[in-house]
Design a protein. Structure first.
Length: 420
């Protein structure tokens, strides 16, 4: 019994560590566009997001119930399986943070849980219907719906303001969009706390059920809700600056109207899914909305090379976290020494990733810096730009850089004679 009690405590602490990594990994969901457009200073943005993440954690427990009693069968599930699942989720979160890719913390958790459960009790331990309807289908639909909504909202926004030419009106409009962007960013933060903090609540509740502390089907206790909310808020305040740079500058260049459209669309999708108990990825929703906003502005650029790497990370998250979780569960099945080795590997791997991140640190002072001249815009964006005029009011110099002047003829009298 002492071993079970100690292991349960280790699992609860590990779950809160995952919640912390979820916070700084997904800060970009709410604040990347706000920071990149200059609507808020970086430290102010993450502080605001942290507070609203904490508040959002208290708004609902529907997603927590999906995780604690839906994805895997609670009967016969061992506490060690939860520990192994968290190891897979944490290490994948840290790896994708290191390379600045906004992968899904939610899918990392689901992948780790599925992999560990299959290693422990076989495929029969997984509720396939729940995985398909509440994890896989929302994963496909969420970025598409958020992206389409953001693209339409962006086009509508620019159409409404197409006749605004007075400089004073333009400045006033831009100021209004920045204020709207701050409000919509707060809404995304609130939605993130409502959706993502619940995932940790669900995993802790599942561990308490497997340890015999709670009855199957129980709601998260209040201390679980509070601790999960505080952990994700602290992680959010730390700021996942590497992923903020990718979302704010690496994926597309956003203006305040686009940022407002992207964040409002993403928040709507996330809050609606939380109410229905769909545990979708806030990362995928926000990334889809950012790309949609980029495509919605005439002349806008989406860097498809960055987007492609992001899509690959999305596709790898479930299986990669699942493999790590399965490997960790293989060790924990060996007994106390296996659990100890797994814990050492988790701490050592996390420390190694942190050391690697120190070689090229990214923080609030350089988060908006970009290296070089940026990536090429890609075939799709180039094709769209070829048939769309540039934004209204853009400088004429942009056309000069887009359409090169014809080369002078050798017989041109204005051409200076070549030097011999």
């Amino acid at each position: 019994m002492e071993h079970i009690t100690l292991l349960l405590a280790i699992v609860v602490v590990t779950a809160l560590v995952f919640d912390f990594t979820n916070g700084f990994h997904d800060t970009a969901n709410a604040m990347a566009t706000t920071i990149s457009t200059g609507a808020l200073k970086p430290k102010t943005a993450v502080a605001m997001s942290a507070v609203l993440n904490l508040i959002g954690a208290f708004l609902s427990v529907e997603v927590a119930k999906t995780i604690s009693g839906g994805i895997v069968n609670e009967d016969g599930l061992r506490t060690e399986v939860i520990f192994a699942a968290l190891v897979g989720a944490i290490l994948w979160n840290l790896l994708t943070w290191l390379v600045g890719l906004p992968s899904s913390s939610s899918h990392a958790l689901f992948g780790g849980l599925i992999g560990a459960a299959v290693m422990s009790a076989g495929w029969s331990s997984i509720n396939g219907g729940t995985v398909v309807t509440k994890v896989l289908l929302p994963a496909i639909a969420a970025p598409l719906v958020a992206g389409l909504a953001a693209m339409l909202a962006t086009r509508l926004t620019y159409r409404i303001n197409r006749n605004v030419t007075d400089e004073g009106q333009l400045k006033s409009t831009a100021k209004g969009y920045r204020a709207g962007q701050i409000a919509s960013a707060g809404l995304v933060s609130l939605a993130h706390g409502t959706n993502d903090a619940q995932k940790t609540m669900g995993i802790i509740t599942l561990a308490l059920v497997t340890g015999g502390v709670l009855a199957p089907g129980s709601n998260p206790p209040m201390w679980v809700i509070v601790s999960a909310g505080v952990a994700i808020a602290l992680g959010t305040y730390l700021g996942g600056w590497r992923i903020i740079r990718t979302m704010g500058k690496g994926l597309t260049d956003l203006q305040p109207p686009q940022g407002f459209a992207a964040q409002t669309s993403a928040a709507t999708v996330i809050l609606a899914s939380s109410h229905l108990g769909f545990s979708l990825s806030t990362t995928q929703s926000c990334s889809g909305a950012v790309m949609g906003a980029g495509l919605g502005r005439k002349g806008g650029v989406v860097r498809w090379s960055t987007a492609t790497r992001m899509f690959v990370a999305w596709g790898l998250t479930l299986p990669a976290a699942g493999l790590i979780g399965a490997g960790a569960e293989f060790l924990t099945k060996q007994g106390p020494w296996g659990i100890t080795v797994t814990a050492i590997l988790l701490v050592g791997g996390s420390f190694a990733i942190w050391l690697a991140s120190r070689r090229q640190p990214v923080d609030h002072t350089n988060v908006n810096d970009t290296d070089g001249e940026g990536e090429p815009q890609g075939i799709v964006t180039a094709a769209m730009a070829a048939v769309q005029p540039p934004p209204v009011g853009g400088p004429a110099a942009d056309l000069a850089t887009t359409i090169p002047a014809p080369a002078p003829s050798p017989d041109d009298p204005a051409r200076p004679p070549a030097k011999v």
